[in-house]
Design a protein around this ligand. Sequence first.
Ligand code: F6R
Length: 608
Amino acid sequence: MCGIVGYVGEQAGLEVVVEGLRRLEYRGYDSAGVAVLDGGRLQVERRAGKLANLEKALAERSLPGTLAIGHTRWATHGPPTDRNAHPHLDAAGAVAVVHNGTIENFEVLVDRLERDGVVMQSDTDTEVVAHLVARAYDGDLAAAVRAVCRELEGSFVLVLAHRDEPDLVVAARRNLPLVIGLGDGENFVGSDVTAFIAHTREARVVEQDQVVEVRRGGVTVTDLDGAVVEGETYHVDWDTDAAEKGGYEFFMLKEIEEQPQAVRDTLGGRLTPEGLVHLDELSMSDEDLRGIEQVFVIACGSSYHSGLIGKYAVERWCRLPVQVEMASEFRYRDPVLGRNTLVIAISQSGETADTLEAVRHARSQRAWVLAVTNTLGSTISRESDAALYTRAGPEVAVASTKAVIAQITAMYLVGLYLSGIRGTRDADEVRAHLRDLQEIPDLIAELLTRMEPVRALAREIADEPRVLFLGRHVGYPIALEGALKLKELAYVSAEGYPAGEIKHGPIALVDQGTPVVVIATRHALQAKLLNNVQEVRARGARTIVLATDGDESAVAHADVLLRIPDTKSLLAPLLTIVPLQVLSAEVARARGLDVDQPRNLAKSVTVE
Ligand code: F6R
């Protein structure tokens, strides 16, 4: 949430920073701004709305200088207006700051500043930092930032410049992500590596309560007391191509197409020559794994749906009770956890505040915490006992697609691995499931060639005010995911239900012509599901049925029939999810909406 970037080097700072903001815009797009230091003057431009508004304003100005900071905002304190856009300056224009996060004691700090005669220029919590740092400044920006950070409560990543320090950008972090990009004669900081991936692939993660001094010639990291701390650098194993649209109109459409590879990469290197799973990353002994008596999965949004699908697999294969919880609720009901509990935290970004807090709670209760995340070095992965990385590559569209498919794949791997260790499935069965799993990438690729009817359907239903999604068993979480995608992308009121439940209320929503999408691929409950389809059809619903290739039983119940390649029923979500992603993107497109950046949302939700 909020993307920030800082640069000092030899290039035009404005260009480097705006390019970084373009890649970070998925983190928030309520407003954007930059500050460039030139000849002892901090020049600022900021605009409400998407980055394009800022770029338009910048086209009419010249902002030379080789040191710059930038910000793209997801509003928390104060509406998304020009005056609340970052960067913020102190009264003298000496300090410029951009900020991601929330400063919880800002009201106390504002009171103090106002008593001292400071007149606040915005409604943000961020502005206090500019005033406080300006007051604390005594010729050493990093020292001033350290002093102010000690006073701040809450979560923040701050990036600052001072007009008297032409070779210095200072950044600090607490609870939120910050990464350093190490170049040659130039250095960077950003919310994630996409901020500087066009310039360097050498990176270092900034840890909790550290302050970074970024200069042309090098980077120094200290703790809040000023002691220098060493850290490891790492090489980013993907490049700008992965973070660009590559000819697609929207990132989401590209990311949908990348799903076969996301599954392949998540499986890659995790299968043994004997055809079994090894997950060294779990870093738990076999004895500890055998001692697990219950599993909790905690996650939000689409990641929560991946967890629901994983539950069916883990319970079936491992005979372990699995509870899937929305992370935002988990810790507040005081769940019963202990050393016999495995908590799996699923998060694409690895930064979601609700999930992070749930992880912290679980660890405080001595549960084992395994992070399933797509983001190397993310806070959730670092604060968990172990991390299993999904290898979907960078996901830029706000709506999650390839990361979700990789999460589901990872959950299947966890289930099969645990079942082997715990002896609940024999090696032959595990091998057979893995063979089926390895076929999935080709099946997704084939399915993706059949999307024309889905696109046509999207154009037909684009003006419908309401759509229902029904499924049973593993089809139920897919119904939830299909509904979530349609809601968030196309702003259509969509509901996902277990098909057996609709007669207890939701069927009242069905009217003449109401589109009802049914996930009816072959599984044990299919006959019952088709009865439920008849019930809605008898009440006028227009049924859109996803059915397995060659399965004729669903044909009579479908107004629109969408075919899905055959696979084992437990693995079917990896296929049925695909047309629903395409449907929601295409409905959004038909409604003239921005598929990658739906209103009010941000990709990485770092507020509770
Ligand atoms: C929906 C979507 C969100 C995320 C949720 C969790 O398309 O993208 O619902 O799944 O915000 O995010 P992560 O996985 O980063 O914790």
